[in-house]
Design a protein around this ligand. Structure first.
Ligand code: ACO
Length: 363
């Protein structure tokens, strides 16, 4: 059984700066309808999900480009006090290439030198898995200032003709720079609850492109795209986010009615409200930006957090709950004190695309 971990009363990781990057191109529900590729309506998308528009990266911008911009913004927001980042973890399920990981190139583009850099794959729970991992590395003294980045280009894996998924997802990235501090400071990470259930691995999946069904085998069109069985995922999301949030609050010693900020994975407003209602978190303490950016998968929690911190919706130090659920199946919840840290936004930083394949003559 997963036992929540808590940093109360101890040295812990503290958020020193936040960054966000959204591609400039916007796609509204009305534009989706106008394209005529989907049998759907603005009314259905808005009522069933809460989403009104999303951002799309387009062919010139990759996940790594979004990640680099968000990570640079978080580092600049934090200023010199946190010191230069000494580790980079990138949560993504849409890496620039299947191999190698995208994180080392992002670290290189940021000029971080030979720091450890790795991708972490936990779909929509990715940022909270990465935050929990980086927080533990700070607590153990393994690193001092990890950059936790979450970036996704879901438009690269979404079938534009699939009405079950195409209206839901958008592209974007966000990042936080952590530093060592103590658990009474604003921005201090306090407790984590995380878990998985691989028996549900087929509910959210891209079937092809891995070792089971390699891209080189020429998979069917349907297998090349992201697929989600929305109805069972909805039920599992409500169940696991509620249980995980309750567990992390208990480990922190906060009754749910003490929570002053709930930022959940921005998949569906009905899921977020069901979780918050079950926990007993009042409507005025729920924050998100689903309506404007849709579901940005692993990037959704930090994008929503950065947006809410920038708007100053909570006093520094306020009891804060983050919770997410995603493919795997995976889920995670983290408690922290509301950050007193600057937020910067940045436009994506396109790089000249390296040739993916060099022509090789085989004797
Ligand atoms: N437009 C119009 N009608 C639609 C659309 C659409 N885009 N999509 C489905 N419908 C129809 C269905 O065909 C169905 O019609 P029927 O009643 O005639 O059979 C009806 O709408 C209801 O379908 P449901 O699938 O039950 O719709 P639901 O209310 O569950 O909403 C949704 C679908 C939005 C996908 C929801 O199930 C959901 O949010 N699921 C969870 C998403 C989530 O949390 N994902 C986890 C993270 S994502 C990740 O890990 C990357």
């Amino acid at each position: 059984m997963n036992a929540p971990t808590s940093a109360r009363g101890a040295r812990t990781a503290v958020i020193a700066g936040l960054g966000a990057s959204l591609p400039p191109r916007e796609l509204t529900n009305a534009q989706i309808i106008d394209r005529g590729a989907l049998d759907t309506s603005d009314e259905w998308i808005t009522r069933r999900t809460g989403i009104r528009r999303r951002r799309l990266a387009g062919p010139g911008i990759s996940t790594g480009d979004l990640a680099t911009a968000a990570a640079r913004a978080a580092t600049e927001a934090a200023g010199p006090a946190a010191g230069p980042p000494d580790l980079l973890v990138l949560a993504t399920t849409t890496p620039d290439r299947p191999c190698p990981a995208t994180a080392p190139e992002v670290a290189h583009r940021l000029g971080l030198g030979p720091v450890p850099a790795f991708d972490l794959s936990a779909v929509c729970s990715g940022f909270l898995y990465a935050l929990a991992t980086a927080g533990a590395l700070v607590r153990s003294g393994t690193c001092r200032a990890p950059l936790v980045v979450a970036a996704e280009k879901y438009s690269a894996i979404i079938d534009p003709f699939d009405r079950d998924t195409a209206p839901l997802f958008g592209d974007g990235a966000a990042a936080v720079l952590l530093r060592a501090g103590n658990s009474t400071e604003p921005g201090a990470l306090l407790a984590t609850d995380w878990g998985s259930d691989g028996s549900g691995s087929d509910l959210i999946a891209v079937a092809a492109g891995g070792s089971r069904l390699p891209a080189a085998a020429g998979p069917d069109r349907a297998d090349r795209y992201f697929r989600m069985q929305g109805r069972p995922v909805y039920a599992q999301a409500v169940r696991h986010m509620t249980a995980s949030a309750a567990a992390v609050l208990a480990a922190t010693g906060w009754p749910p009615d003490e929570v002053r900020a709930f930022v959940g994975h921005q998949a569906n407003q009905r899921i977020l409200d069901a979780v918050a209602d079950r926990l007993g978190i009042a409507a005025q303490h729920r924050f998100g930006n689903l309506r404007e950016v849709g579901n940005t998968a692993g990037a959704s929690v930090p994008l929503a957090l950065a947006d809410a911190v920038a708007r100053g919706v909570c006093p520094p130090g306020a009891p804060t709950l983050l919770s997410a659920f995603g493919g795997g199946l995976t889920w995670a919840s983290v408690t922290l004190r509301w950050p007193d840290a600057p937020v910067r936004t940045a436009v994506p930083e396109p790089r000249a695309l390296a040739r993916a394949h060099q022509e090789v003559s085989i004797p």
